[in-house]
Design a protein around this ligand. Structure first.
Ligand code: TIU
Length: 226
């Protein structure tokens, strides 16, 4: 398949070797009372992308593509949370503290669940990641290698933090990566704009970008007869 409208030039991929990677669409970042708000952010900005993410996820599932979900999550004993991460800044609640949606950024707590609209289906890969990047201290690369995946299409939050870090990690591991611009969001609109532009600059130095309408059209197009 060729996504002609991708920037900075068309993105070629085969569905069987491409995974949809949905970064950290969990209540901690999208709903009030979680980690995102504890850092002083207005979390209301992020939910606007949910319908577009839902449409892509549904089309990707219909097409039979591999889906990967991630959650930023720490073990209950915080043994995978570096003190430097826990003690950074002056949040209203720190990682591991009890908040209105359970312990902040701890695996299994209500706030750590992926929002219902994008919940993983049984059999889909769901990765708990202790860092910003989806590859750091996770089995993601090995799982993707086992599935013969060479291309990754990214959605999720936040654009310049966990999405960008994951896309850079993936790029260094040899994946051709595409970010869906209207399926990612930041608490800082200017940071989103800058991240999207820097990823695709210099001849797709980190990867490609596109809007979801063009991907949806392509997925809906029947394959050309050989
Ligand atoms: N603070 C912020 O923008 N993001 C994070 O802490 N994690 C993710 O991006 N998932």
């Amino acid at each position: 398949m060729q996504l002609d409208q991708a920037q900075p030039f068309p993105y070629n991929f085969e569905l069987k070797s491409t995974a949809l990677v949905i970064i950290d669409m969990q209540r901690d970042f999208i709903e009030p009372g979680g980690f995102g708000e504890s850092l002083g952010n207005d979390v209301s900005l992020l939910s606007a992308i949910v319908p577009a993410c839902q449409a892509v996820l549904a089309a990707w599932r219909d097409a039979g593509g591999l889906v990967v979900h991630t959650r930023e999550a720490h073990r209950a004993d915080l043994s995978d949370c570096p003190p430097a991460k826990r003690h950074r800044g002056n949040p209203s609640l720190r990682i591991g503290d009890a908040g209105p949606m359970g312990r902040i950024l701890v695996a299994g707590e209500p706030g750590n669940q992926i929002i219902p609209a994008l919940a993983p289906l049984p059999g889909e890969i769901a990765i708990d990641k202790p860092g910003k990047g989806a590859f750091y201290a996770t089995p993601l690369h090995e799982l993707l290698q086992q599935e013969g995946i060479t291309h990754l299409v990214f959605m999720g939050v936040t654009t310049e933090v966990c999405v960008q870090t994951s896309m850079r990690e993936a790029n260094d591991r040899g994946y051709d990566c595409l970010l869906l611009e209207d399926c990612t969001e930041s608490y800082f609109p200017a940071f989103k704009t800058a991240a999207v532009e820097m990823l695709r600059a210099q001849g797709a130095i980190v990867g490609w970008t596109a809007t979801s309408d063009h991907l949806l059209s392509l997925l809906a197009t029947p394959p050309a007869r050989q």
